[in-house]
Design a binder for this molecule. Structure first.
Ligand code: GLA
Length: 423
């Protein structure tokens, strides 16, 4: 018990208890999914004459697929290329969903084959209700047909949204759709949206049954849609921080909480704020789904997105979701237990996130005691945003000064020091 400090005791215990709950057994999402998704950046742009580079079209997904492979994103782990809303015709044909004929002239299977030929995985979007959120045909009444279409198109990831359907029938509907996908024999990663409707969009709000989510889905959107601003990042971060005790137990290999896509590369976040979102999302074991124009991304932001050490934190095999530990003087401390476990001690990812705006880097002290870490020989500290910086040691009783830039974040990995490492 010496390894588990008071602050993390409940977290580790509840995660242990969860291992007895049965989870969806499709073998997918052993670590949080990584890839690219159209919604946050490209929304429902459908006028390809006016906006040829931005409209939801096969060209957009093929160009993103090319860049993901050619510019190192796939090698770093980003493997899904996912369509979101606004990709279909306004009406079904012979009961089937069909892609917009002008924007996807070769059909869905053609795009799926193209994406697969690149060594990538293909995802798309449906809505369980009568219509999608943007008004395209919904799946209600066509569940079996749509599940079969997904299998025929060789889809690897489905986001099933929850607009235009009563919350009271949602849960059973999602369970049923999952069963229909299973019946097709094709393993499809299942992203469910019903918690977002229970916890945020529908009044009165309520808390969904997370045991059912774990049994039914590989990931689920818990809360509000992300928008292109730091305010939006912090609003979602606050929800996860304030609800961490009840959400953390349900995250783990095969089933993840999803705070929505990464904004990096878009218009709304500065470089420092991009670091902050990346660090918080890695602490949360969040899906790393980019929603940005990879054709115009700056080298600095690309380097953040491809940071292998941060990806390794997000993708840590133990799959324990982290939490916000404290907030003092508008500097927040976020912490997540990760591997390796050395002599029964976890390693930790620790992020210091600033909500300050007062000009210069804010100086603050941190110590193992403040982090609640107890390894007697201390920890080796690696700066995850600065690969060139030499790692350093921190021991019990020691207080280190650090500075974090306004609205930015510092991010470290602390690995327990053992007798052997010390010699
Ligand atoms: C909802 C979802 C978003 C996006 C849009 C598409 O708002 O939460 O993530 O899929 O619908 O219309």
């Amino acid at each position: 018990m010496t390894i588990i400090n008071k602050n993390l005791l409940s977290l580790v215990c509840t995660v242990f208890l969860m291992s007895t709950v049965q989870s969806l057994d499709n073998g997918l999402a052993k670590t949080p999914p990584m890839g690219w998704m159209s919604w946050e950046r490209f929304r429902c742009i459908t006028d390809c004459d006016k906006y040829p580079d931005e409209c939801i079209s096969e060209r957009l997904f093929m160009e993103m697929a090319d860049i993901i492979v050619n510019e190192g994103y796939l090698a770093a782990g980003y493997e899904y290329v996912n369509i979101d809303d606004c990709w279909t015709e306004m009406e079904r044909e012979n009961g089937k969903i069909v892609p917009d004929k002008k924007r996807f002239p070769h059909g869905v299977k053609y795009l799926s084959d193209y994406i697969h030929s690149k060594g990538l995985k293909f995802g798309t979007y449906l809505d369980y209700g009568t219509k999608t959120c943007a008004g395209y045909p919904g799946t209600l009444g066509f569940e079996a047909t749509d599940a079969q279409s997904l299998a025929d198109w060789e889809v690897d990831f489905i986001k099933l949204d929850g607009c235009n359907i009563d919350t009271s029938v949602m849960v059973d509907g999602y369970i049923e759709f999952g069963k229909m996908m299973n019946k097709t024999g094709r393993p499809i990663m299942y992203s469910c949206s019903w918690p977002a409707y229970f916890e945020y969009y529908r009044r009165p709000t309520s808390i969904p049954d997370y045991d059912i989510l774990v049994e039914t889905c590989n990931l689920w959107r818990n809360y509000v849609d992300i928008d292109d601003s730091y305010e939006s990042v912090l609003f979602i971060a606050d929800y996860f921080a304030n609800n961490s005790d009840r959400l953390i137990p349900y995250a783990g290999p095969g089933h993840w909480n999803d705070p929505d896509t990464l904004l990096l590369g878009n218009f709304g976040l500065s470089y420092e704020q991009s670091k902050a979102q990346l660090a918080i999302w890695a602490i949360l074991a969040a899906p790393f789904l980019l929603s940005t124009d990879l054709r115009t991304i700056t080298p600095e932001i690309k380097e953040l997105i491809l940071n292998r050490e941060i990806i390794a934190i997000d993708q840590d095999k133990l799959g324990i979701q982290g939490k916000r530990l404290s907030a003092l003087n508008r500097i927040e401390t976020w912490i997540r237990p990760v591997s390796p476990i050395v002599n029964n001690e976890y390693s930790y990812a620790v992020a210091f996130v600033s909500r300050r705006t007062d000009g210069h880097g804010y100086a603050f002290e941190f110590s193992l005691e403040k982090l609640g870490l107890t390894n007697l020989l201390g920890y080796e500290v690696k700066d995850l945003f600065d690969s060139k910086r030499e790692s350093f040691k921190i021991t019990l009783g020691q207080s280190l000064e650090d500075r974090v830039n306004p609205t930015g974040a510092n991010f470290y990995k602390l690995t327990p020091i053992t007798n052997r490492a010390r010699r």
